[in-house]
Design a protein around this ligand. Sequence first.
Ligand SMILES: [Zn+2]
Length: 93
Amino acid sequence: MATPVVIGPTVRIIEDNCLNCGKKLDGTFNVGGADIPREGDFSICCHCGHVMTYGKNLRLQELTEKDIREIAGDENLLVAQKLVAEYNRRRDD
Ligand SMILES: [Zn+2]
């Protein structure tokens, strides 16, 4: 049986915009780790599913080639992507 994935509470973050769809992002919840995001953590836009990373001052950045290799198949990322897809499916119903 798979280990349950821990999902943290929703927290406010410094407002930024998705680098793909441009929507305002000012909140987040963490999948599988600490409650608050830290520089180097990955982020998924809840509107379009674009995967980014937090850079200095928690500003969103595009993934580097190294980041892409690092997160390929990451279980927490897969869970987060499923949650975003489910959120968008329910929002669109
Ligand atoms: Zn987006």
